[in-house]
Design a protein around this ligand. Structure first.
Ligand code: SF4
Length: 342
């Protein structure tokens, strides 16, 4: 077996793989050994590189991983995902050490609204209820009344007194989906978006639908193409019973139940790895194979090895912010089926 020193030398000297460390069986064994030594559990989001998903103890969407983190017997959580996800794990598990292999792994959606901007928006609508998708920073969660995932966003908004205005943030596509389903007129939507999901557009989807007439279509509600998918279904161009608007967790369940031999997937391409593992007999194809999140891919085999060796980067959330954020996350868990999220 390669020693930790030899593996770390690869970071500098090669052979070149991901960031200089190849995801070899030796690497995987060393990662697991270091995790055990540190009494750590490794969590990987569905959008992570396949090698990171395969070496992790648990793979899932952001909320499922946060719950696993809270219930884990280990006292260190290594969160292979983006920063707001590791923060959410810290909010739900304040007594645990939470590490992220690269703290620069941000999120363009979470960055589309700051706590200052939300404070100013709330001042404009002082009686409104603030609903935030989980892709937000801890500071934004602390100013939120109820968090939601893509699975329970409709239930969360429907649970609010119809007379109260709703401020929905930060994703405009998820907001439009919720507004359409609930028919709620007094809902204001923040114009945020994820650069990856926004890049999956209706034209591409229309072309794919025409060239794969028998395929089912899985759409994540944060995709810019969700409206097009529903429009196409309504027009009969894509049979309505083959269009599924799903959270990433819901996609895994739907994959196992899919009747078609081919499924088009409209979300980040990392999702294909778990779908192909869940249903190997189905041909899963990305609607846009360039829909790859550069932040998720910052968690490389080298970064994970460094994280476990050095105990860095550690995620900190100010205790008062964490306590306020925890209330909004717990209200989300109490309403409807919160399974899912990105
Ligand atoms: S895919 Fe988009 S929403 Fe998800 S982490 Fe990347 S930037 Fe954020």
């Amino acid at each position: 077996m390669a020693t930790i020193g030899a593996l770390m030398e690869q970071v500098v000297d090669g052979p070149l793989g991901f960031d200089g460390v190849e995801a070899t069986p030796d690497w995987a064994r060393e990662v697991r050994r270091l995790a055990e030594q540190r009494n750590a559990t490794i969590l990987a989001h569905n959008y992570q590189l396949p090698d990171i998903q395969d070496v992790a103890h648990h793979v899932g969407d952001s909320l499922a991983l946060s719950r696993i983190a809270a219930e884990a017997a280990e006292d260190t959580i290594v969160f292979c995902g983006v920063h707001f996800m590791a923060e959410t794990a810290k909010i739900l598990s304040p007594d645990k050490t939470v590490l992220i292999p690269d703290q620069r792994a941000g999120c363009s959606l979470a960055d589309s609204i700051t706590a200052e901007e939300l404070g100013a928006w709330k001042a404009e609508f002082p009686n409104a209820v603030v609903v935030s998708y989980v892709n937000t920073t801890a500071e934004v969660k602390a100013l939120t009344d109820i968090c939601c995932t893509s699975s329970n966003a409709v239930d969360v908004v429907a649970s609010i007194d119809p007379e109260r205005e709703v401020l929905f943030l930060p994703d405009q596509f998820l907001g439009a989906h919720v507004k359409r389903v609930t028919g709620r007129a007094n809902m204001h939507i923040w114009a945020g978006e994820c650069h990856v999901h926004a890049g999956i557009n209706g034209d591409e989807l229309t072309e794919q639908a025409r060239s794969h007439p028998d395929a089912e279509l899985f759409v994540h509600p944060e995709c810019g193409c969700a409206t097009s998918a529903l429009y196409l279904a309504g027009e009969g161009a894509f049979p309505a019973d083959r269009v599924h608007i799903l959270s990433t967790g819901g996609m895994i369940d739907a994959a196992k139940a899919a009747k078609s031999s081919q499924v088009l997937v409209a979300t980040e391409v990392g999702m294909l790895h778990q779908l192909r593992k869940a249903a190997p007999g189905i041909d899963f194809q990305a609607v846009n194979d360039r829909a790859s999140c550069k932040y998720m891919k910052m968690i490389t085999p080298a970064a994970l090895l460094r994280c476990l060796t050095d105990g860095a980067d550690e995620v900190h959330v100010d205790p008062e912010t964490a306590a306020r954020g925890r209330r909004s996350v717990q209200r989300m868990i109490e309403i409807g089926n919160p399974g899912g999220g990105e």
